[in-house]
Design a protein around this ligand. Structure first.
Ligand code: FAD
Length: 513
C-alpha cells in the first residue's frame, strides 16, 4: 500500500542519479512535471564519474558511419560549454600522424567533416602542425614529425551530474540519495514503488504516473529485480579503465594516439599536476559496482603511451586508477569497441491504460541533454505536454557567465578574498562558478573559512566548503567530497580523508532532528 501521508502521485519517478537520470530530472522539473529521483548510492557514483570526461563528437565513430550521433554530439559541445562554462572547457587535441594510420589527406578530410558537421562557431578549427618544431612535439618520440590539431571539449563529469541535480531540486524535484528503488508494481494505472533508505534501512512507498529507468549498467538488473521481468539482456557491459600519472608534459593540449590494434587512447592534462590516460574496452560480466582495472589494462595503457612518448611509462608511475562500465545497447557487434555509443529509449506498456515505464539503453555524457529531450517527448506523449524544451539556453547552477570570463572571475574572487590562494580561487571558480559567492557568503578572513583539511597538500579545502557541499549538494561522506564533488582525493592524504570523514559524520549527527 502507498504511504497515505505521502504526497499525491509524482508525475515521474526516475531510478538512477547518473548523468541521464539527473539530466532528465532537471529538464522535466523545469517543464513543470513533479519529479522524484532516487539514487541508491551517491550522485554520479556509477559510470558518470568514471568517463574520459570528453564532450566530443567521437572522431572514430565516423568510421562506423554513426553520422547522426556524431553530429548531435558535436553540436552539444558548444551548447554545454555555453551553459556551464565553469565545468566545461575547450580542449585542443594533437593527433600525431604515422605510417600505421590512414593517409594524411584522408584524416584531414575526416577532420574537415568533423569541423563542419557540428556547426562549430567558438571552437577553433583543425590545423596541420609540424611536430618537429611545435611545442607539443617535444614530449613525443622524434619519429612523429607531422600532426593535426583539432577541437573538442572537456567536462568535470561528476560535477555535471550534481549540478543537474541541484538545478532539478531548485525547480521542485525531490532528490533522494542513498535510496534504492527495490520494487515497482503497476496498480490501477499508477506505479507503486518501494524506496529503501540505504543508511537507515527504512522503506516507504511512493506512487508515480511514469517511471524512467536510468540505472545505467544496472538497467537490466532494475528490470529483473525491481520490476520483476525475466531474461533481460539489453545491455552490453564494456569495461573502460584509466590511469593517472604525474604530469608528462607542460602544455594544455591533449594527445590522441592510435594503437596497433586500431583502438585509440587519450593523454589528457588533468587537475593541474597530472596526466590522465585511457581508455580500454573489454567485455565485463560482473557487478558494475565491483569493476577494477586489470593488470592487462595497466600494461596495455603503459605500452600504448610508451609507443608515443619519449619517456616510457611504467606501472610504478601510476598514482591513481579508475574503471567504469559502459552500459552500451547490445547491437550484436562482435568487438566491444565497435558496439554503438548511441542511445535507445524503449517505452514499456503492458496495456493502453497501464502506467508507462521508459528504459534507457546506452548513451554518452556528451548527449545527455539531447537524451533528456527525447525522453521528454515520450513523457509529453504519455502524460500530456507542459512547458516547451528549455535546457539549450538554461545555465547550470553557477554557469551564468560568459565562456571567456573564468580568469576575470578568479581575479574578482582574489580581490574580494585576498587570503585565498590563486590555485584555490581557480579551483573554486572551476567547480562552483558564480555560486562561489554563495559558498563564501559572510567569509571575510582566513579564519572564517574554518578548519583547514588540506594537511601538507595545497588542496585549499576548508570546513566552509565541506559544509556547503553537505548543505547544497547532498555530500555525506569524505569520498563524496574528495572523489566526486572534487578530485582533491589526488592530493589529500588518507589521514586527512579520515579527519574529513569524522568531521562530516559529527556534523551529520549534530544536524539530525
Ligand atoms: P550511471 O552514471 O551509471 O548512473 C546510473 C545510476 O543508477 C547509478 O548511479 C546507480 O547507482 C543507480 N542505480 C542503479 N540501480 C538503482 C536502483 N535500483 N535504485 C536507485 N538507483 C539505482 N561519454 C562521453 O560523452 N564522453 C566520454 O569521454 C566518455 N568516456 C567514457 C569512458 C568510460 C571508461 C566509460 C565507462 C564511459 C564513458 N562515457 C563517455 C559514457 C558515459 O560515461 C556513460 O554513457 C554515462 O555516464 C551513463 O550515465 P547513466 O546515467 O546512464 O549511468
Amino acid at each position: 500500500m502507498a504511504d497515505p501521508k505521502a504526497k499525491k502521485p509524482y508525475d515521474i519517478l526516475i531510478i538512477g542519479g547518473g548523468i541521464n537520470g539527473c539530466g532528465i530530472a532537471r529538464d522535466a522539473a523545469g517543464r513543470g512535471y513533479s519529479v522524484c529521483l532516487a539514487e541508491m548510492n551517491d550522485l554520479a557514483s556509477g559510470t558518470s564519474s568514471w568517463s574520459t570526461k570528453l564532450i566530443h563528437g567521437g572522431l572514430r565513430y565516423l568510421e562506423y558511419y554513426e553520422f547522426r550521433l556524431v553530429r548531435e554530439a558535436l553540436i552539444e559541445r558548444e551548447i554545454l560549454w555555453a551553459v556551464a562554462p565553469h565545468i566545461v572547457r575547450p580542449l585542443r587535441f594533437i593527433l600525431p600522424h604515422h605510417k600505421g594510420l590512414r593517409p594524411a589527406w584522408l584524416i584531414r578530410l575526416g577532420l574537415f567533416l568533423y569541423d563542419y558537421l557540428g556547426g562549430r562557431k567558438a571552437l577553433p578549427p583543425t590545423t596541420t602542425i609540424d611536430l618537429s618544431t611545435h611545442e607539443t612535439g617535444k614530449p613525443l618520440k622524434p619519429l612523429f614529425s607531422k600532426g593535426f590539431e583539432y577541437s573538442d571539449c572537456w567536462v568535470d563529469d561528476a560535477r555535471l551530474v550534481v549540478l543537474n541535480a541541484v538545478d532539478a531540486a531548485e525547480r521542485g524535484a525531490d532528490i533522494y540519495v542513498r535510496t534504492k528503488v527495490i520494487s515497482a508494481k503497476r496498480v490501477g494505472g499508477l506505479w507503486h514503488a518501494v524506496l529503501k533508505d540505504m543508511t537507515t534501512c527504512e522503506e516507504r512507498t511512493i506512487t508515480a504516473r511514469l517511471i524512467v529507468n536510468a540505472a545505467g549498467p544496472w538497467v537490466d538488473a532494475v528490470l529483473t529485480d525491481t520490476v520483476g521481468r525475466t531474461n533481460q539482456n539489453n545491455v552490453r557491459m564494456v569495461q573502460g579503465s584509466h590511469i593517472v600519472v604525474n604530469k608528462m608534459f607542460d602544455h594544455d593540449r591533449c594527445y590522441i594516439f592510435q594503437n596497433d590494434d586500431n583502438r585509440i587512447i587519450f593523454a589528457i592534462p588533468y587537475e593541474q599536476d597530472f596526466t590522465l590516460i585511457g581508455t580500454t574496452d573489454r567485455d565485463y560480466d560482473g557487478d558494475p559496482a565491483d569493476v577494477k582495472i586489470t593488470q592487462g589494462e595497466i600494461d596495455y595503457l603503459c605500452d600504448a603511451a610508451s609507443d608515443y612518448f619519449k619517456t616510457p611509462l611504467a606501472p610504478k608511475d601510476i598514482v591513481w586508477t579508475y574503471s567504469g562500465v559502459r552500459p552500451l545497447y547490445d547491437d550484436g557487434a562482435s568487438e566491444a569497441q565497435e558496439a554503438t555509443r548511441d542511445y535507445t529509449l524503449k517505452l514499456d506498456k503492458s496495456a493502453e491504460d497501464a502506467a508507462p515505464l521508459v528504459n534507457i539503453f546506452g548513451g554518452k555524457i556528451t548527449t545527455y541533454r539531447k537524451l533528456a529531450e527525447s525522453m521528454l517527448d515520450i513523457v509529453e506523449a504519455e502524460l500530456g505536454a507542459k512547458k516547451p524544451s528549455w535546457t539549450g539556453n538554461g545555465h547550470l547552477p553557477g554557469g551564468n557567465f560568459e565562456i571567456d570570463e573564468v580568469d576575470a572571475l578568479v581575479d574578482r574572487l582574489q580581490s574580494s578574498h585576498p587570503f585565498i590562494r590563486r590555485e584555490t580561487a581557480l579551483r573554486l571558480v572551476r567547480a562552483y562558478g558564480t555560486d562561489t559567492a554563495t559558498l563564501l557568503e559572510g567569509i571575510t578572513t582566513l579564519d572564517d573559512l574554518g578548519d583547514d583539511f588540506s594537511g601538507a597538500s595545497n588542496a585549499g579545502l576548508y570546513a566552509s566548503e565541506i559544509d556547503y557541499l553537505m548543505d547544497h549538494e547532498w555530500a555525506q561522506t569524505a569520498e563524496d567530497v574528495l572523489w566526486r564533488r572534487s578530485k582533491l582525493g589526488l592530493r589529500v592524504s588518507k589521514e586527512n580523508a579520515k579527519t574529513i570523514e569524522n568531521y562530516m559524520q559529527a556534523r551529520r549527527t549534530h544536524d539530525k532532528p
